[in-house]
Design a protein around this ligand. Structure first.
Ligand SMILES: [Fe+2]
Ligand SMILES: [Fe+2]
Length: 125
């Protein structure tokens, strides 16, 4: 719906495809969280996001090489933040659902910002 105003494409096919796949999985999980799907289904969808994120960050770290390590830009540091947060969410699915839900939506929003702020920028460096 909003893609005419702004695209998340960074112009590198492999990364764009992975972003699209990751975004689809996150959007699916978001819809499941909102509709309060069963815990088992949520867990499965969560693991799909987690796996896609892990392999996507590896792809980026391979493609972008040492540029991604520049501490001043914090790109790799933010990847590490996402993975730590996913680990936390994974370990806390049994805890307070509202807290979990807020943390997950925060992560989903941050992922979109990450693509714009870090992935797009490094691709145009
Ligand atoms: Fe990315
Ligand atoms: Fe990234």
């Amino acid at each position: 719906m909003f893609t005419e105003n702004r695209t998340l494409s960074i112009g590198i096919l492999e990364i764009d495809q992975e972003h699209q796949a990751l975004d689809n999985l996150v959007a699916k999980l978001e819809r499941m969280v909102v509709s309060q799907s069963s815990k088992k289904d949520l867990q499965t969808a969560f693991q799909d996001v987690h796996k896609a994120m892990l392999s996507h960050f590896k792809t980026e770290e391979n493609i972008f090489g040492p540029k991604i390590d520049e501490l001043v830009k914090n790109h790799k540091v933010e990847h590490a933040w996402f993975l730590a947060e996913m680990k936390f969410l994974d370990a806390h699915m049994d805890h307070d659902y509202d807290v979990w839900r807020d943390k997950f939506f925060n992560l989903a929003n941050k992922l979109t910002r990450h693509i714009i702020k870090f992935d797009m920028e490094i691709a145009h460096d």
